[in-house]
Design a protein around this ligand. Structure first.
Ligand SMILES: NC(=O)c1ccc[n+]([C@@H]2O[C@H](COP(=O)([O-])OP(=O)(O)OC[C@H]3O[C@@H](n4cnc5c(N)ncnc54)[C@H](O)[C@@H]3O)[C@@H](O)[C@H]2O)c1
Length: 293
């Protein structure tokens, strides 16, 4: 494509429409912000009433997407209500839908309903619903608790991604699917007894690779995002009762602190948008360097 020309469909033999961003030049001016824009796109975020999910939903709305947050509660939190007001002021929209990602027909119907309200289209999916489960020695982990973690963290992410991918294929949308895994899918948290959680997150990383291979020919990208320790409801349940754990976790990465929710804003914007069109099947670790020691 020549500098300064409009974005167009690729004719270079690829089997799906690719929007190419013009090569920056003196005439076109900087293009980088345009590459991140999600103007007019439809996005869904599961776990969207939670710490990371709600922040992800806000980021996508800030970039111009119409966002649907999906979570278990019949009504969302007061934080969510505040986010809706903020997003409205920006001229975007953030809506809430109650659903259960661990039940295939239920989450598929919720996603189908959102698509049907938007000409069948969904462009971005962030599968962030997840649970930690209790801390129990691996030799004693009860079967029902193990199953529950797999149902939400593994099956739930798969059911979400498959429902969205089906719609993207039908509508020929070269969309972006982001599966929220964890650094615990690649390394084991020292002195923490959370084997089922870690196992479920390894599965999510492999899920992104496998789905990326199957969906690549349709132009659909699937990546996993693996955060390190971030303070949210999920980790607060532990940190609030064991304050020494936060100092311990902080000591395990070169930056010497745990992360904050807003420190994942940039990576979600990048993965969701045309700023990352050649990235698929990758696991992006954002852990303050926890995994490099
Ligand atoms: N906080 C961290 O340090 C951290 C680190 C790595 C990965 N993660 C992952 O990030 C994701 C978000 O975690 P968070 O820290 O925001 O936790 P959170 O507890 O604040 O949010 C998780 C949300 O998922 C929802 N959820 C649980 N089961 C569900 C179901 N069956 N259907 C629909 N929604 C359901 C919960 O209601 C909750 O709102 C999770 O997948 C988690 O494993 C978190």
């Amino acid at each position: 494509m020549t500098a300064g020309s409009e974005p167009s469909l690729s004719t270079s033999g690829v089997r799906f429409p690719v929007k190419l961003v013009p090569v920056p030049s003196k005439d076109t001016g900087p293009q980088i912000l345009e590459e991140f824009a999600l103007t007019g796109q439809i996005a869904i975020v599961t776990g969207g009433n939670g710490g990371l999910g709600l922040e992800f939903a806000i980021v996508l709305a800030e970039l111009g997407a119409k966002v649907y947050a999906i979570d278990l509660n019949s009504t969302p939190s007061s934080d969510f209500a505040a986010a809706v007001k903020y997003v409205k002021r920006l001229g975007s929209s953030l809506e809430y839908r109650s659903s259960d990602v661990s039940r295939q027909e239920v989450i598929s119907a919720t996603i189908g309903q959102i698509a049907s309200e938007n000409d069948g289209k969904i462009h971005v999916c962030v599968a962030a619903a997840g649970i930690l489960g209790p801390e129990i020695d691996c030799t004693d982990y009860p079967a029902d608790m193990f199953q529950k973690i797999m149902d939400v963290n593994c099956s739930g992410v798969f059911f979400t991604a498959q429902a969205v991918a089906k719609l993207m294929k039908r509508e020929e949308i070269a969309g972006s699917i982001i599966l929220i895994a964890s650094m615990s899918g690649s390394v084991t948290n020292r002195e923490m007894l959370y084997s089922p959680y870690n196992i479920s997150k390894s599965a999510v990383i492999q899920m992104a690779r496998s789905m990326a291979c199957e969906l690549g020919p349709a132009g659909i990208r699937v990546n996993s995002l693996s955060p390190g320790h971030i303070r949210t409801k999920l980790t607060a349940a532990l940190l609030d009762v064991q304050p020494a754990t936060e100092a311990f976790w902080a000591s395990l990465n070169p930056l010497g602190r745990i992360g904050a929710v807003h420190e994942l804003r940039g990576v979600i914007a990048w993965l969701a948008s045309d700023a990352s069109t050649f990235c698929t099947g990758s696991d992006i670790i954002v852990s303050g360097g926890h995994t490099i020691w």
